[in-house]
Design a binder for this molecule. Sequence first.
Ligand code: FAD
Length: 459
Amino acid sequence: MAPSCSPVNSLHVAVIGAGAAGLVAARELRRESHSVVVFERNTEVGGLWVYTPQSEPDPLSLDPNRTVVHSSVYDSLRTNLPRECMGYSDFPFVPRPEHDESRDPRRYPNHREVLAYLKDFAREFELVEMVRFGTEVVLVEQDGRKWKIRSRNSDGVTRDEIFDSVVVCNGHYTEPRVAQVPGIDVWPGKQLHSHNYRVPDPFKDQVVVVIGNFASGSDISRDLTGVAKEVHIAARSKPSETYEKLPGANNLWLHPMIETARKDGSIVFKNGKVVQADTIVHCTGYIYHFPFLNTNGYITVEDNCVGPLYKHVFPPALAPGLSFVGLPWMTLLFTMFELQSKWVAAVLSGRVTLPSEEKMMEDTNALYAKRDANGFPKRYTHRLGVVAQVEYLKWIADQIGEPPVEQWRNQELEGGYVRLSTQSDSFRDKWDDDHLIVEAYEDFLRQKLISAIPSQILG
Ligand code: FAD
């Protein structure tokens, strides 16, 4: 739908969360002349990237009444994608001449650099003035044609306010998913989820089994090899005969999934290998969680599918008052946050219109039918991947009259994922796509987003 020229409505909009999604949502909503309040339960912006050495008291985070620690960042974390493709379109995530030595100029920088970037972004676009820190949203529900938000501040004082619209950006890497392991109830060792992993020191001289072999599983197992006696990765995607000693460490093995955990402390893998383990670390991902949301059962989370949602953003019967920014994964996340936010802002102002509720529902059901026909489980509904993400981002860009995502950005994502899965010990320091880095910086220079290309980029 082609956007019309001028905004029509200026609405009062609540944004939940001041992470990478909520910050850009606030910026785009304000650009579109809406008045915005961002609710943030933490005391600073940055969301997931605000590292804390604290973890939750319940190491598997199963207790629904536990004190929640938002961040899942571990101390050694570096980005898993090249920085050029991670930034917002008009504020590149690049080293700048004004940065001091506390900053990390590497292509795959540490988590502190990402937080510093998000703080720079918030400062540059004067976003902090919209954020109400230390304020947790505890209830969101419809109030006639508007939306009621109940929030609680750090003194425990609750307050109800009415908004025209609510944009949910609460992040989805805080509520762990734990693997089902046969025999685990009688197994005497310790277990934790990667959400509560910070540093390797507590695992000194231990035999550790890490379940999961994607970004966190791979990182954490390598982090552990420096202090643990042995580290064994159990990977669901590997064939049952898998048994490999992995490069880059002398105490790291790859196995298929666990067959059973036994009372005597042993772990039996599907390849028949048996290890006497002290700890299991579940690097098995997270689930979407909206404890504050009351839609009278309209929106559900079933096997990690949040629905029904038109294009992963608008619930057809509640649109455009309620929207979600940031649900899909395996994509250029910051780019997607920005495009989804622009779309939401333009729909709210009336510059762009949504199809009828029936048409949105038809489209959503078609997505579910395609997912089922391809044999994907529900939990893959919001997984995009390198091909689908190009189409998805192009579709949103078309809605709002934005140019398509730069090709170099998509190529960096694709190459980045390949390196991540094929050279897990070295992907952050060795690559063969220098030409894409040059292309990215030339693009930034052409758009006057940087004043010069750093000499080391040009080699
Ligand atoms: P978050 O950053 O989680 O922010 C959500 C915010 O909402 C938080 O500040 C939280 O305090 C607030 N909030 C939540 N509930 C409430 C409430 N009820 N009331 C008020 N405030 C609330 N992505 C990349 O692009 N590159 C990477 O290298 C990368 N590495 C990652 C590594 C790990 C270990 C993990 C877990 C994720 C990684 N990601 C990476 C994905 C990352 O999640 C996104 O980059 C992005 O930061 C998520 O932003 P968000 O705003 O959606 O969520």
